[in-house]
Design a protein around this ligand. Structure first.
Ligand code: GLU
Length: 283
């Protein structure tokens, strides 16, 4: 199957250095395999969305030379697919209505299974959860190496539709990363555990899973993940060429000093991309 990669930002703010690195890694990897690169806007959660963010992200990617090979995909236009997937999971008995609030989760955020054999008397359904039933998900990450995730230890049965009737990220992403024939998902390592949940959902939905490649996260001086609002983000505060250099350095591809323009650095990276260099960041 022809290589298809994707970048899937949530429109919750401006693109930051960490997401530029993820966008670049997925783009360079797609081009390295002579493949296509898609852009999906994960605008499924109106509460977290910031007006103008989606168009701002698309514009910023454009300025960095990252243009998708097909029209931009919007999750807000695909709700019927998430609905279908949820109904399939409910009718096959893999999902169930849950009446619990977040207050029942343990310190690690795991659900203790209160509603998995039916709603307790007097309770009414709030969210829909998928069963994990001791699922252990093994996969070989192209960058981070072999992974073994025990879903009961990670989260227990997890939410696929929230109490506000918004479909959860795990379900939408699981469906979308199968639907357009995506062959590899390159994204930040903060989503490594999500890959286990998304593979689990696709197994239950009888959909095939892409390969995964998780890049190390860019953190600030305190070791915290860069947030989209970080006032000291070089992408939001500095010169685009400096941000491009920093993002590529983070991806272990430092362009030579004489290459100074954004376009020049992208062209250099396209020529020199070696995904194996990122694996050392994990060892
Ligand atoms: N949209 C989510 C985010 O921006 C997930 C992206 C992904 O699955 O790559 O964090």
């Amino acid at each position: 199957m022809a290589y298809t990669g994707r970048f899937a930002p949530s429109p919750t703010g401006a693109l930051h250095l960490g997401s530029l690195a993820a966008a670049l890694a997925s783009f360079l990897q797609a081009r390295h395999h002579s493949g296509r690169w898609l852009l999906r806007i994960d605008d499924i959660d109106p509460q977290r969305e910031q007006p103008g963010s989606a168009s701002g992200i698309i514009q910023t990617l454009h300025e960095f030379g990252l243009q998708p090979d097909a029209p931009v995909i919007y999750q807000s236009q695909r709700k019927h697919l998430y609905q279908q997937a949820m109904e399939q999971l409910l009718s096959s008995g893999h999902a169930y209505p849950c009446g619990c609030s977040r207050a029942v989760l343990d310190e690690q955020g795991r659900y203790p299974g209160i509603c998995r054999h039916g709603l307790p008397e007097g309770a009414s359904a709030r969210s829909i959860r998928v069963r994990c039933d001791g699922a252990e998900i093994d996969f070989d990450d192209a960058i981070a190496g072999p992974q073994q995730l025990q879903l009961d230890e990670l989260s227990g049965d997890f939410v696929i539709r929230r109490a506000d009737h918004c479909f959860a990220y795990q379900l939408c992403c699981a469906v979308d990363d199968a639907a357009p024939g995506i062959t590899e998902v390159v994204r930040g390592s903060d989503l490594l555990a999500c890959s286990g949940k998304q593979i689990h959902l696709r197994r239950l939905l009888q959909l095939s899973s892409p390969r995964y490649a998780h890049i190390p996260l860019i953190t600030d001086r305190q070791g915290r993940k860069l947030s989209k609002s970080a006032a000291d983000d070089p992408l939001q505060q500095g010169e685009p060429a400096d941000a491009m250099r920093l993002a590529l350095q983070h991806l272990r591809h430092a362009p030579p000093a004489q290459v100074t323009s954004v376009d020049g650095m992208l062209a250099w990276a396209l020529q020199h991309w070696q995904p194996g260099r990122l694996s050392s960041a994990w060892s």
